[in-house]
Design a protein. Structure first.
Length: 199
């Protein structure tokens, strides 16, 4: 399947899932996302959404201090494409997708794509141990008080981990993956946004 056909398929999928955006956060769907109680996490439900250029909402704005003590401000990323990954260290799907996220981060760094993590639970020790283990080089913001998650409301279901957003060059949500990423789908999303005309 060529890049154009793949993007068309993603767009069609996005139309179906975007219609039911609120249903992705409904009580029945949230119940379905609970796995074994001992796992201690709520996994994403696997829904992938691509949002057409004309259907995107207002730009997201969030900021925070990374585990390395640097200030990260999403507004400063305007003009670049930003991948936002919501995670924490003891989340099993987060461990599965971590090497793929890092590989895509490296692959797309020269194409105007940046990555940032939003960690919902961990202090610096566990978070940085996770990053060291999986070779993660992009920054993460600790968000134990859900201040960043509040800014992402309506785009990330509360406690649905992992979730990955793709923000376009204007900071608007262009795509969302709920659950561990499929690398080919994330790449297709990024390729589609990269190909969009600069606004």
């Amino acid at each position: 399947m060529g890049p154009r056909s793949r993007r068309q398929l993603l767009h069609a999928t996005g139309l179906v899932t975007a219609i039911g955006l609120t249903s992705a956060c409904s009580s029945s769907d949230t119940t379905d996302r609970y796995g074994d109680e001992a796992s201690g996490y709520v996994s994403g439900n696997g829904v992938t959404t691509e949002i057409a250029l004309q259907d995107r909402t207002e730009p997201l704005e969030f900021s925070g201090t990374t585990y390395d003590g640097e200030v990260f401000d999403s507004v400063e990323q305007r003009g670049s494409i930003l991948v936002v990954n919501v995670w924490y260290a003891s989340c099993p799907p987060c461990r599965i997708e971590a090497p793929e996220l890092q590989a895509i981060n490296e692959e797309y760094a020269d194409r105007g794509v940046a990555f940032v993590g939003i960690n919902l639970r961990d202090d610096a020790g566990p978070a940085q141990a996770f990053e060291d283990k999986y070779g993660i080089t992009y920054p993460s913001i600790p968000d134990q008080q859900s201040e960043v998650m509040y800014q992402l409301r309506g785009h990330v279901a509360p406690n649905a981990v992992p979730t990955t957003l793709v923000l376009d060059r204007s900071g608007r949500v262009a795509g969302r993956i709920s659950g561990a990423i499929d690398p080919s789908i994330l790449r297709a999303m990024l390729d589609g946004v990269i190909d969009e005309p600069a606004s």
